[in-house]
Design a protein around this ligand. Sequence first.
Ligand SMILES: *Cc1c(COP(=O)(O)O)cnc(C)c1O
Length: 417
Amino acid sequence: MSYFQITDKIRELSEQAMSDIEQQFKLIDKTAQTNTEKVLAAFQRHNVSDTCFAPTSGYGYNDKGREVMDLVFADTMSSQYALVRTGFVNGTHAITNALFAALRPGQTLLAATGLPYDTLHGVIGLTGNYRGSLKDYDMSYSQVDLLECGTPDIDAIVETVREGGIGAVLIQRSRGYSSRRAVTVKEIGEICKAVKAVDSSVNIFVDNCYGEFVEAIEPGDVGVDIFAGSLIKGPGGGLAPRGGYICGREDLVDAAAYRLTSPGIGGDSGASPEGYRLYFQGLFMAPHTVAQALKTAVFCARLLELLGYKTFPKFDEFRSDIVQVVQFGEPSALERFCRGIQKGAPVDSYVTPIPSDMPGYDYPVIMAAGAFVQGATIELSADGPMREPYNAYLQGGLTFESGKLGIMLAAGLLDSR
Ligand SMILES: *Cc1c(COP(=O)(O)O)cnc(C)c1O
C-alpha cells in the first residue's frame, strides 16, 4: 500500500541506498547505545524524579527541575558545570553569553576553524556595528582558516597564540553554511592541547551546535573550557520547546550566568512556569533522536549521490555533526529539493518555501521546515543560502522513517524534469 506518489525509479534507488548504508546504520546504533547509557546513568545518579517536573513561579528559588537539569546535563556532557536555560532564545544567545564569559575587554578572540557561523558575525562585530557586540566592548577578532583538506591548521593557531593577546579560541564543530567538513572531537582535543601548551590561560570555547551525541565523546571529554549549543537541535531530543545550554568550567559557566541574569544572581534564579519535564524527556530521547537524524542524513547522501549529485560528507564518511550538504550548482534544483522536503513534513506540508531575507544572514535563504517546534532543526529541515554553489544543508528527522520519506519526495521532485 502506498500513500504518496513516488515513482518506481525512486523506490528502487531507495532500496539500493538502504542496502548500501547498512554498515553506517550499525555504527550509528552503536553510538546511540553508548550515549543512551551515559544519559541514563546521569539521570539515575542525580535522582531525577517526578518532583523535578513541577512548575515554579516568581524568583524560582529552589527550582528543582532547573537545578537537577544542570547537574544531569553537565554529567552527560562530561563537564564540571552546566547552565541549561529555557530563557536562551536560541543557540546564538547561549554562544554569546559563553563568549562574554570566555573573553575579557582588551583581549582577542581567535576563530580557529575559519569564519564562524553567520549569526555570530554581528555578535563579534564583523557586521552591523551593534551596541553590545564583542567589538563594542573592545574585544577584537582574528581568524585562522582550516587547511585545504578541512583539518585545523594547528601550526598557524599556535603561532597566533604565541604572538599574545588571545583571550579565547573559538572552535566551531559543525560545518554551518559551508562545504567544509565537521571538526571531530578528537581534533578539538588536539587544538586544546596545542594551545594550552603555549598559554594555559587561553580559554577554549566550542560552538557545539549540531554536534551533540553524534560521537560517543563530547568537547568536555577533551579539555575544552566552555561550550554551548541550542536545545531545539540535538540535545533537546525534539521535545524541548526552546532554550540553550552552556557547559564547562565552573568559573566560566558562573560568569556566563552573571551575564544572562545579573552579577551576583547568576544561575540560582529563574522560574519555569511550565516545568522542565519536556527538557528531561528530550534529553533522555536525544541520543536516539540524533541517531534518527544521522540515519536520515546518510540515506540522503547515498540516494542523492545515486541521482548524480555531489554530497558532503559522503555516505560512508566519519561524522561529527548531523548536517548533510547536497551541492546543486544552480538555484532551481535547490528550490525543488527544499520544496520536496517541505512536502514530507507533518506540519505545514502544504506551503511552498521561497527564498527570503532572514535576520542574521547577509543573503536570501530558502528554508524548508515543517516542524512542531518553530525552526527546530532536529526536525527534518533544509536550508539553502541562495548563492554559489547552491548547497542545500539538510538536517534532522525525528524518526528515520519520516526522514526517509521526505528525502524520497524531494528526490522525486528533482527527478521529475
Ligand atoms: C544553529 C547554529 C548556531 C546558532 O543558531 P541559532 O539559530 O541561533 O540557534 C550557531 N552555530 C552553528 C554551527 C549552528 O549550527
